[in-house]
Design a protein around this ligand. Structure first.
Ligand code: FES
Length: 106
């Protein structure tokens, strides 16, 4: 599949340590995070009960869902503990101060 990238915001709109809801390719809701200047995108909807992951607390590369604290790596989408659910992680790149998101990481 040819990667499709969509510009979703400017770098300065997502300060380090924060997240933001963006609409990726095919209008996919994604949670975009800035971790120490590196950007990551995962599915915005928590697989537990649909919590808004972009509003969770970011600790390192781990995001904690604001509703019941399920936690995921923002880089891989894997749970940060054995046996947990995983979520989709998406490609991200920065070009000329713009943040672009793509489709699933391989
Ligand atoms: S909805 Fe995310 S942990 Fe419950």
């Amino acid at each position: 599949m040819v990667p499709i990238f969509t510009e979703v915001c400017r770098v300065e709109e997502v300060p380090p340590g924060t997240g933001r809801l963006v609409m990726g390719p095919f209008d996919k809701p994604m949670a975009l995070f800035n971790v120490a200047g590196n950007f990551f995108a995962i599915n915005a909807i928590c697989p537990h009960m649909g919590g808004p992951l972009q509003s969770g607390k970011v600790v390192g590369k781990v995001i904690y869902c604001p509703w019941h604290q399920w936690s995921f790596c923002v880089d891989t989408g894997e749970a940060d503990h054995p046996g947990g659910h995983r979520i989709s992680a998406y490609q991200v790149k920065v070009q000329e101060g713009a943040v672009l998101v793509g489709w699933l990481k391989q």
